[in-house]
Design a protein around this ligand. Structure first.
Ligand SMILES: NC(=O)c1ccc[n+]([C@@H]2O[C@H](COP(=O)([O-])OP(=O)(O)OC[C@H]3O[C@@H](n4cnc5c(N)ncnc54)[C@H](OP(=O)(O)O)[C@@H]3O)[C@@H](O)[C@H]2O)c1
Length: 250
């Protein structure tokens, strides 16, 4: 199986690459930090996988489209669009420059890469496209407006694309993790509810992909709490958000 993973130099992307590394799989790993990416590639090769690395910034759209076109010269069985950033949690108004960078990384870069890849999958009549969204896309907090917005845009994209590509035998899956221990969350200075280790997070994601879950929010208890909060009358939701925000400030 030929699997492409973006954001494979750390966190979920790195551990997904290692989890999929075997002599049956050919991996293409993409990220900016060459040294870290090569370390991951080495670990995957030791497990028998054939690995190519691409050192690139997903925000360089022209380059990323060229890369997508090159990747599409050969069969693509699975692509995991995992590269992403957060700006940390802050109460202030996000600078437009930061907002723009975040939206490019978490959202626009995804279509830049997929545009040349989707026709290849349509021609193949097969393929899996996996997005790593977030539970934060379901309920936007006052301290994560930009991140939640970018991931909610991704949900809409994933939903529409799934309907668009289903007739061609292409599976589109959207994974919405809660808090997972990674470089991204190690910056957070508040108690993260239901925090999972990277290993557990990756196991859940792998299982969801194996079962071809088109929408997979986890951990379930955290997801259900958010769903309940969204069903409440607005004044009660406001209270919960204010309380959660107060806790973050502790
Ligand atoms: N951790 C969580 O609690 C959590 C929860 C929900 C969703 N997620 C999502 O899961 C995904 C992975 O995050 P993580 O937690 O594993 O964080 P992470 O350890 O910070 O990993 C992020 C990855 O994205 C890559 N990346 C970032 N900007 C990039 C760019 N401009 N070009 C190319 N690669 C770039 C990074 O590589 P380089 O820096 O080497 O480029 C790194 O490999 C993200 O989409 C995140 O939003 C995480």
């Amino acid at each position: 199986m030929r699997i492409i993973i973006t954001g494979a130099s750390s966190g979920l992307g790195k551990h997904l690459a290692i989890a999929y590394a075997s002599s049956n799989n050919e991996l293409v790993l993409l990220a900016r930090r060459q040294e870290k990416l090569e370390e991951v590639a080495l670990e995957c090769r030791l497990k028998g996988a054939k690995v190519d690395t691409i050192v690139s910034d997903v925000n360089d759209f022209e380059l990323i489209q060229t890369i997508g076109t090159q990747l599409a010269q050969t069969q693509i069985d699975r692509i995991i669009l995992n590269a992403g950033i957060s700006l940390g949690h802050s109460a202030g108004v996000t600078l437009f420059e930061d907002f723009h960078r975040l939206f490019k990384t978490n959202f626009l870069s995804i279509h830049a890469l997929l545009e040349p890849i989707i026709p290849k999958m349509i021609a193949q009549k097969s393929g899996e496209i996996i997005f790593i969204s977030s539970l934060a896309s379901l309920m936007s907090m006052p301290t994560s407006v930009s991140y939640s917005s970018s991931k909610r845009a991704l949900n809409a994209y994933a939903e529409g694309l799934r309907y668009q590509l289903k007739p061609y035998g292409i599976e589109v899956m959207n994974i919405l993790p809660g808090f997972i221990d990674s470089e991204m969350t190690q910056k957070n200075h508040f108690k993260m509810p239901f925090l999972l280790s990277t290993d557990v997070g990756v196991q859940r994601i792998q299982k969801a992909i194996a079962k071809k879950k088109y929408f997979y929010p986890f951990p379930l208890r955290f997801y259900l709490m958010i769903r309940v909060a969204l069903l409440l009358p607005q004044f009660l939701s406001d209270r919960i958000v204010n309380y959660a925000n107060f806790k973050k400030g502790e």
